[in-house]
Ligand binder design. Sequence first.
Ligand code: F6P
Length: 325
Amino acid sequence: MIKMKKIGVLCSGGDAPGMNAALRAVVRRGIAKKLKIIAIYRGFDGIFQEYFEEMTARSVGDIVQRGGTIIKTARCEKFFIDEGVREAAEILKKHNFDGLCALGGDGTFKGLLALQKHWNGQLIGIPTTIDNDVYGTDYTVGFDTAIDTAIQALDKIRDTAESHERIFIVEVMGRESGYIALEVGIGAGAEEILIPEEAPVDFAALANRLRSARERGKKSIIIVVAEGADERDIFTFSKELMKYLDVKTYLSILGHVQRGGAPSALDRWLATRLGAFSVDCFLNGDTGIMVGEQNHQLVKVPLIETQKKKPIEKYAFSLIQDLAI
Ligand code: F6P
């Protein structure tokens, strides 16, 4: 009798809209291709807790449209230390897993690389994070939905800012990356976009530009700030900026609302193709890779590549001042 390959699937790091769509594709394509697909709940933590459940086609019914992840996710401290990773490898061996599919971002893939040193099962990553900061793929699952959510919020803030002629600071997610801030800021016509890639912030220059915008007759001003754009928290940041200005600024933190909600059509499309493709890669014997998309084509990227810093589009960033004249 031919032994069925047993593949574990988990979600790790911040959840992202479309994770469920990817999971559904892994499970159904896997079952269709005669694989045994085991959900590992709560990310890498679930390996230590041996929190496993064999998936059936029905386990992933009615989830393609749902935000979050039905198998839960976590950030696992134990995976930062070699001893922890070794222990996880032993558990995977004990349960006869042949492969592991991890949905997450660059931190998750770092975990897979660490696991590779102690376990010879197949390891494949699927890029799912609202931050879009994974090198080797043009887009990550969740980004499109997140920027749509944030842009709707910004349009609403613009209405009230324009009516009251106010300056708004709006914090969006992105501790390490300015992708959300840049695309959302450009799309919402923000006057300023501050991102970690361009840190530190020059407060005097920023205040001068804001004053000049007022002098040019701008009624409302929106400054989009990525979480990681300044080392200070956003409250201290706002207070600091006010020291340089003679007018009050208003602060709005979009926060975790950006991580929730039903995935957009684009995210479902990407998630489904990447999920199914990961199964094809397992069957092909691939390991140590992330599946991704480049120029609308599905690609395999060595996991080590995903640890490079993905640059933001400098051209778009260079347009901000001109678009805000
Ligand atoms: O998932 C990525 C992300 O949303 C970042 O943009 C953000 O900085 C971080 O996660 C927040 O994580 P947590 O919810 O664990 O505080």
